[in-house]
Design a protein around this ligand. Structure first.
Ligand SMILES: Nc1ncnc2c1ncn2[C@@H]1O[C@H](COP(=O)(O)OP(=O)(O)OP(=O)(O)O)[C@@H](O)[C@H]1O
Ligand SMILES: [Mg+2]
Length: 386
């Protein structure tokens, strides 16, 4: 089999423009028959040009939307499926994903996610060379560490609509209905290209906790596996979970790409704090704050920094109250340091310990509002007492 390069499969768009223009005219008229006949014509020409994936995508859209033209304002995929009992939608849909900031992640995770995006973008090439593509990604890790954000970024980079299903809305209290909901959801998603995002995916695994649910869970897992296997290469599946150990091993294996998004390291915490605080914190304080926020997720950092900024705004101060912020860091942990209850020596000891000795005496002096002589005296005493 001769291997060809990715770009050789990109037939020039101008070859298809007249068909596309006629489809648009038909959709606006609206004249579904005209849309259908030109779309069929276009699918045939795409196949001839070797754009198999694009052609199949169109054919599938034609098969599913035989009676109506595709409307971008409706998201192109028809009404959202709902749970037959609660009538709650099984998913949210965003046609164009917008992100204000990009996730701050370790380099190897960033590279892995970028590679996933390049894989999907090169789907035509892989298929034409007979190696196929596995367009499924599992993001796992503790809450608030950027899984939802990363999934949204991928949809944005791929310029695909994002269909977000919350597993808890999929789970129906009626026997057999969860599997049906899954089928409805997947049918909705594969009606046109999109990223199907199964957020909070562990909710399905949690059915294991209830004995009565076990039979239902088996059916759900089988249904999920079948639905995943039936997805075409032009459909991207992303799932996110906080409890990867609750996932059925067969489901775990279905995801060709898996990344753990963990608590941010000190460098990433510094970047996040700098983004969240802006000018409300002096640059020189960021490394210390990063040092002291070990084990705190990006989501928690965001909330804490917002709270501190609210405090500053209320007191018309240009900067946050560092002491208050340090206190909130302590209080968010099980054995947290209640900053406001500590005297200067106690604060010094707490900072010294939390910073693993990495905070300079000058910084410590500033943080507790004392001079360096005082700091050096207290530190000597701490050392002596140990
Ligand atoms: N790595 C990160 N980079 C940038 N911002 C982050 C990061 N992690 C968390 N955040 C901030 O925290 C918010 C919550 O993060 P997100 O919802 O993506 O977490 P999650 O991993 O999906 O959490 P959960 O498991 O609870 O669903 C984000 O909107 C973002 O503002
Ligand atoms: Mg999330």
């Amino acid at each position: 089999m001769a291997t060809r390069k990715k770009d050789e499969y990109k037939a020039p768009v101008r070859d298809f423009l007249s068909d596309i223009a006629k489809i648009v005219e038909g959709a606006l008229a609206p004249n579904p028959d005209r849309v259908r006949s030109y779309a069929e014509h276009l699918a045939g020409r795409l196949t001839e040009a070797g754009e198999v994936v694009a052609a199949r995508r169109l054919e599938r859209a034609l098969g599913r939307n035989s009676a109506r033209p595709v409307s971008l304002s409706q998201g192109g995929g028809g009404a959202l499926p709902v749970d037959s009992e609660s009538r709650m939608p099984l998913a949210d849909e965003e046609y164009v994903v917008e992100l204000e900031t990009t996730p701050v992640l370790p380099q190897y995770v960033k590279e892995g996610l970028d590679k996933f995006v390049s894989y999907i973008s090169a789907a035509d090439c892989f298929i034409a060379n007979g190696v196929g593509i596995s367009a499924s990604l599992l993001l796992y890790g503790p809450p608030g560490c950027g899984k939802t954000m990363a999934a949204r970024q991928i949809a944005q980079q791929l310029e695909l609509p994002l269909v977000t299903a919350r597993a808890d809305s999929l789970i129906s209290s009626y026997l057999g209905s969860t599997a049906k909901n899954l089928r409805l959801l997947f049918e909705h998603a594969i009606a046109r290209p999109c990223v199907l995002f199964l957020d909070e995916f562990d909710a399905l695994g949690k059915m294991r906790d209830d004995d009565r649910e076990l039979g239902e869970l088996k059916r759900v897992v089988i249904s999920l596996l079948q639905n995943i296997d039936a997805m075409g290469p032009e459909h991207v599946l992303i799932a996110a979970t906080n409890h990867e150990h609750l996932l059925d091993p067969a489901i775990w294996r279905r995801f060709a790409h898996k990344f753990k998004l963990d608590y941010p390291g000190p460098e990433d915490r510094e970047i996040l704090l700098s983004q969240f605080f802006g000018n409300f914190v002096e640059k020189r304080d960021l490394p210390v704050l990063a040092l002291l926020t070990e084990g705190i997720s990006g989501g928690e950092l965001l909330e804490m920094s917002r709270e501190a900024i609210r405090g500053a705004l209320l007191s018309s101060s240009p900067q946050i109250d560092l002491g208050g912020f340090l206190s909130s860091i302590g209080l968010s942990r099980p054995n947290g340091l209640a900053w406001h209850k500590l005297d200067s020596a106690g604060r010094l000891a707490a900072l010294h310990e939390a910073g693993h000795g990495g905070i300079t005496q000058a910084e410590l002096a500033r943080l507790v509002g004392k001079n360096q002589t005082y700091v050096s005296r207290v530190l000597k005493k701490i050392k002596h007492d140990q």
